[in-house]
Design a protein around this ligand. Structure first.
Ligand SMILES: Nc1nc2c(c(=O)[nH]1)N[C@H]1C(S)=C(S)[C@@H](COP(=O)(O)O)O[C@H]1N2
Ligand SMILES: [Mo]
Length: 242
């Protein structure tokens, strides 16, 4: 069974009150932990060799060094993030370069409408350009005032808080501007091309109501990652096994 099918088979969490529902998208569970999710190994870099390649519908193709990115204007933005595997985490302070400022430094052609983000190792995600022009979209290198951990995407990751978190490519190495939309890695495997959590755009095709507890079995990076928190967050009794 693939990931989309597994998510579709699981039980949906109980609806939350109207106050929280403004902030917590439908079918999500709030957690204080910061789960770690990715395909493949965590990359190891020689930062003298590290580059970010910007190509496609740009005025001029460029390959940027880490120093060049760190020399761009830096901002800290606090946002809520929502993973398609049903965890959400509020108030995440990421620091980095606002994507809009980055765009201005790069210059894209009038034909640039969609973006393919390329991350190690061979991970891709597609996002409409307009979604990356929002205030809270960052190319981030720090979280909570500290350098990102390797597992959370250091040296550079995208953060697109208003879309499901699989769009927030870790270990980003390439940004490709495109005229037409094209599916990335998860989008080719049953997940939604846009992925707005408040519209529950989890899957391509019809959106079924579901959660999954896959993230419960993953690693976590913060102190509250303890078994008592785990049982409080998702009572095992709620999980139906088929
Ligand atoms: N390069 C890369 N970026 C990635 C992924 C990946 O497998 N490779 N997984 C995505 C998914 S599915 C999620 S939910 C988030 C998880 O980010 P986190 O580990 O910091 O919570 O990273 C996204 N970015
Ligand atoms: Mo994910």
């Amino acid at each position: 069974m693939n990931k989309a099918d597994r998510i579709k088979r699981m039980k949906v969490p109980a609806p939350v009150g109207p106050g929280l529902a403004k902030r917590l998208p439908p079918g999500q569970i709030l957690t204080e932990r910061f789960p770690i999710l990715h395909e493949g190994d965590v990359p190891v870099y020689d930062m003298n060799e590290w580059t970010l390649r910007v190509f496609g519908e740009v005025d001029q193709e460029v390959t940027l060094s880490y120093e060049e990115i760190m020399a761009m204007p830096q901002v800290t933005v606090t946002s809520d993030i929502h993973c398609v595997t049903r965890w959400s985490r509020f108030d995440n302070a990421f620091t980095g370069v606002r994507f809009r400022d980055f765009l201005q430094a790069i210059g894209v052609t009038p034909r640039a409408n969609f973006v393919m983000l390329h991350g190690d190792h061979d991970y891709t995600a597609n996002v409409p350009l307009a979604d990356l022009e929002r205030d809270d979209v960052l190319l981030a290198h720090s979280f909570d005032g500290e350098r990102l951990t390797d597992k959370h995407g250091w040296p550079l990751r995208l953060v697109v808080p208003h879309l499901y978190f699989w769009k927030s490519v870790k270990w980003i190495r390439g940004i490709e501007f495109m005229t037409e939309n094209k599916p990335g890695f998860w989008e080719q495997n049953g997940f939604h091309l846009i992925a707005d959590p408040f519209r529950e755009e989890r899957f391509s095709g019809e959106a079924l109501p579901i959660p999954e507890d896959e993230w419960e079995k993953k690693e976590f990076d913060c102190d509250v990652d303890k078994s008592k928190d785990r049982s409080r967050t998702t009572p095992k009794a709620r999980h139906r096994v088929r």
